[in-house]
Ligand binder design. Structure first.
Ligand code: GAP
Length: 445
């Protein structure tokens, strides 16, 4: 299967089965903004729930936070985003298209007569590169004046830094400790694309770990290991995960060291999560810009210091895309192509499909009762239309790990058939045991 074809097939499956739709589709769509349908919202929620469990509930040294999207405009001056969160762009004066200055399709030097527009082909119409800030602006209050400009946050991290003392004091944590947050972020990306890989509105799962200076390198290594393991535990193909270390030219202004966890997408190796040693850059800047002391007093050592920060920053949408890409496969079964999303059961949107073999002989009643029982414990789906093979195939495409069929033997023997999505093997399981049978196999932590 050609790689581009795989992405096309995935985008089409996501729409057909209700994972992801284009935003405002009936109006022609909104560029690089996507909506999650019934299956997609479950998939992404499973990603976020697993992250929250691993990062907050399973640990004593991390607290949760849900900071607002809108923040004081000075936050973005302190963070460096107002001055530095920019891309150099050029415009074509003829066709009005806009490009990144380093767009490989541009021939010649933008601003010079030899430069050629990659869209309309005109020569000499490209402007000199100008810096374009990626933050979305909006206005707070009734008057659209400069004083009231606020930004949609381009990352969730800043909400953590400005709340670090509030969380530290209210939770009675001591350093080392962390703050975790999941939330929306917005970037007016110039080259978005690859479906939900790079979008203008997305969700981040970020954790900032506050440590004593000098212990940061050790914590950085620990966090690298833990985060890679988390991705492996999602069931992703291990050979498709790798580290990428940022060289001196790549390092962000705040970072002392940075590694990306990359996945091999059909469009190449790309970042799904970044681990950064941010030193005391963030707290130092917020201390300077707010005029508030943000130092920590270490009672044990009787010393005061500005903590260093180790950050782990992943995109929930990117992880969801990784799961979709990794799970997609096509197989030949009895002369037909079977499309399967082979999700790890723990992240599958629906855990079990329930099917009466036929719509008579008491089977629908038994199947409905079983369905309602299962649905109280985990997402299940009831389907009584079409041949049983077709119903299995529909569940394969949705990535549902178990198909449960109520048949002629169910009334007499009180047993059902449980069909496994990947092997297509079938087990006979007691009607009263089905819920426990499925629950045991979807835990997956
Ligand atoms: N606080 C650090 C920070 O935001 P980043 O590398 O810019 O670092 C972290 O972003 C993660 O957020 C990325 O690894 C990616 O998963 C996700 N992300 C960033 N920009 C995105 C976009 N435009 N669309 C979808 N996900 C994005």
């Amino acid at each position: 299967m050609a790689d581009t074809t795989l992405m096309d097939k995935l985008v089409s499956l996501c729409k057909r089965r209700g994972f992801v739709f284009q935003s405002s589709e009936i109006y022609g769509g909104l560029g690089s903004v996507w909506d999650y349908g019934p299956l997609g919202v479950e998939l992404k929620k499973n990603v976020k729930d697993r992250w929250w469990r691993a990062m907050v509930h399973a640990r004593d040294d991390i607290e949760g936070l849900d900071a607002a999207i809108l923040m004081h405009p000075r936050v973005w001056e302190a963070s460096g985003h107002v001055a530095g969160f920019t891309d150099p762009l050029v415009d074509c004066r003829h066709c009005k298209n806009r490009f990144r200055a380093d767009d490989p399709r541009i021939k010649g030097t933008p601003g010079q007569p030899d430069a050629q527009c990659p869209v309309c082909g005109s020569k000499g119409t490209l402007t000199e590169p100008r810096l374009f800030n990626l933050m979305f602006k909006t206005f707070m209050g009734p008057v659209e004046e400069q004083a009231a400009v606020v930004y949609l946050r381009p990352e969730t991290a800043q909400g953590i830094y400005v709340n670090y003392l509030n969380v530290l004091q209210s939770s009675r944590q001591r350093i080392p400790f962390g703050i975790a947050q999941i939330g929306k972020a917005f970037r007016n990306e110039i080259t978005p694309g690859n479906f939900i890989f790079r979008t203008r509105e997305f969700e981040q799962m970020e954790m900032q770990f506050f440590v004593k200076p000098g212990t940061d390198a050790d914590w950085f290594e620990r966090w690298r290991e833990w985060r890679m393991q988390w991705h492996r535990d999602l069931g992703l193909t291990p050979a498709k995960l790798q580290w990428h270390q940022h060289g001196p030219d790549e390092l962000a202004h705040y970072a002392r060291a940075a590694f990306d966890i990359q996945y091999e997408f059909p469009f190449g190796w790309q970042e799904i999560e970044g681990i950064h040693n941010r030193g005391d850059f963030d707290l130092g800047r917020h201390q300077q810009y707010s005029g508030k002391k943000l130092e920590y007093f270490d009672q044990a050592g009787n010393e005061r210091y500005l903590p260093f920060i180790v950050e782990t920053s992943a995109g929930a949408d990117r992880v969801a895309l990784t799961l979709l890409v990794d799970a997609y496969r096509e197989e030949e079964v009895e002369g037909e192509t079977r499309v399967v999303l082979g999700f790890h059961p723990a992240v599958a949107p629906i855990k079990a499909g329930v099917f009466p073999l036929v719509k008579k002989d008491g089977m629908p009643e038994l199947a409905t009762a079983l369905y309602h029982d299962l649905k109280r414990r985990f997402p299940a789906f009831y389907d009584d239309s079409g041949a049983i093979g077709r119903r299995y195939r529909r569940m394969d495409e949705a990535g549902t790990p178990f198909g449960i069929t109520v048949d002629g033997d169910t009334t007499a023997q009180r047993t059902v058939t449980v069909r496994h999505r990947d092997s297509m093997q079938q087990d006979r399981v007691g009607l009263d045991q089905v819920a426990a049978y499925v629950a045991e196999r979807i835990g997956g932590d």
